[in-house]
Design a protein around this ligand. Structure first.
Ligand SMILES: C[S@@+](CC[C@H](N)C(=O)[O-])C[C@H]1O[C@@H](n2cnc3c(N)ncnc32)[C@H](O)[C@@H]1O
Length: 203
């Protein structure tokens, strides 16, 4: 968090704007909206988990989304996200814990760049994303390729599928930072009808 707190002021210049190399936010925003069953883009309620400075929110907004909430652990990153003006609500939250939102709140949950080395693990985050997603809604997340298997993400997605909580719509290797050879697995999960998702604390 110390790194992100200090990085907030220059993050966009270094990561977002520089030659448009960090392509994951735009790719995920487009995939998520395309995969969503709610065809009225402006009415789709979206949670951007690990929103950082708001690059994903901006990409979603450009693509027509209007109801976007963001969560992140770093207050300075959230302060930059607020300046984008695209988020309805922003809040500080630790994604390694239960998310303080009711079940079935969002049509889409996005999580880009936050499932990476030393950040947030698969459990309980993925299950929590599914819990706060509406039935037939979409969870769209990137997971750095080098931790997809070793970090337990692939196994957790398989568990959610085996429990009939989600259908795996896509599991695709994408460019994360173009030209740097960095790859991420883009996972699109659709919450299945009737899949009530007990949170990690059993409630
Ligand atoms: C690489 S940035 C990605 C930000 C944004 N999604 C993007 O694509 O530009 C990772 C973000 O994860 C956040 N983060 C790291 N650990 C977290 C945690 N436990 N809970 C919530 N956010 C966390 C950081 O503060 C940072 O904003």
């Amino acid at each position: 968090m110390t790194i992100y707190d200090k990085w907030a002021a220059t993050y966009n210049a270094e990561v977002g704007d520089e030659a448009q190399e960090y392509v994951a936010p735009i790719l995920v925003a487009q995939y998520a909206l395309k995969s969503c069953n709610n065809s009225t883009k402006g009415a789709v309620a979206i949670l951007d988990a690990g929103c950082g400075t708001g690059l994903v929110g901006q990409a979603l907004s450009l693509a027509g989304a209007k109801v976007i909430d963001g969560l992140d652990l770093s207050s300075p990153m959230l302060a930059v996200a607020k300046q984008t003006g695209v988020y309805r609500n922003l809040g500080q939250a630790d994604l390694t814990r239960r998310i303080g939102k009711p079940d079935e709140t969002y049509d889409i949950v996005t999580c880009v760049g936050t499932f990476t080395l030393g950040h947030v693990g698969p459990d309980p985050a993925l299950r929590e994303f599914v819990r706060v997603t509406r039935t037939n809604g979409i969870v769209a997340a990137t997971i750095l390729d080098e931790i997809w298997v070793s970090g337990g993400f692939k196994a957790e997605v398989e568990r959610l599928r085996a429990e009939s909580l989600v259908k795996v719509v896509a599991e695709e290797l994408i460019d994360y930072v173009k030209g740097h050879g960095d790859k991420a697995v883009l996972v699109i999960l659709e919450k299945i009808d009737g899949g009530s998702t007990p949170s990690s604390d059993g409630s």
